[in-house]
Design a protein around this ligand. Sequence first.
Ligand code: ES4
Ligand code: ZN
Length: 322
Amino acid sequence: EELRRTLTAMPKAELHIHIEGSLEPELIFELAQRNGVSLPYPSVEALRQAYAFSDLQSFLDIYYAGASVLLTEQDFYDMTAAYLQRAAADNVRHAELFFDPQTHTARGIAIETVINGIWRACQDSPVSASLILCFLRHLSEEEAIATLEDAIPYRDKFIGVGLDSSEVGHPPEKFARVFERARNLGLHLVAHAGEEGPPAYIESALDVLNVERIDHGVRCLEDPALVARLVREHMALTVCPLSNIKLRVFDVMGQHNLRRLLDAGLAVTVNSDDPAYFGGYVNDNYLAAFEALPLDASHARQLARNSFNAAFLEPEQKRAWL
Ligand code: ES4
Ligand code: ZN
């Protein structure tokens, strides 16, 4: 119970949260009503019942359907403000939020509407917050490049780019040119790799995309040479325990490799990924992992320290929170 208090009360950064994945069923229904969008579910309860996933793709199908209620700048603002308020309650001091502009521009929403709504909520936030624009890897690199060019007028409103959606069959190499362009724009670079995909995808995210953090990365333990390199390069992994269970990356939390990742000396962080879909916000992720695994207060402090160290913040700002 003292450990529980340590986990919930400690200041932390959240570095892997898809803002569209924070959309709770109640807010989906409220926005659907407000916008006259019809949903293929009769009630909040029926929608929540549909949150039983067998893998990443089965989740993504319902996640993209949920995002279809977002139409106006106010909708994006309300979604983001709700998450940031919830994060503050978990003693998150700083959050780096992924957003997926292509999920919205494909429905005819202007990128300006998406970015301005999310960004304005970050400005009004009770916690420090910055944005990372993600490319959908199931779409083409040409579409990713067009999205980045579209976003250039809002260059000062996001700090980096990432790569998400269906991993297997869409290796980092597919996005070499768009990441090179983002690098030349001075943007930070991250990518999902080694969630469902093999360790080779983690390696090519480093070598081909030049990423500064790996999102998930849990499959790195299958390749000891890769682990040695990740440790040597102090490469952070943004691990999402509840996500990994819900998407069947591990069968049960007792099988999660979080403790083994820490023991290997990796710069692991704990995050929520898509909290509305996976059963909890960041503190729920810490609590579930610490309940099922042999982890103690020193691991808790290490994870919180790692979260600030891996954040895209000024060293001075990190020291203030560490
Ligand atoms: C995601 Cl868990 C996960 N993996 C890949 N892409 C995503 N987008 C939202 N959640
Ligand atoms: Zn993710």
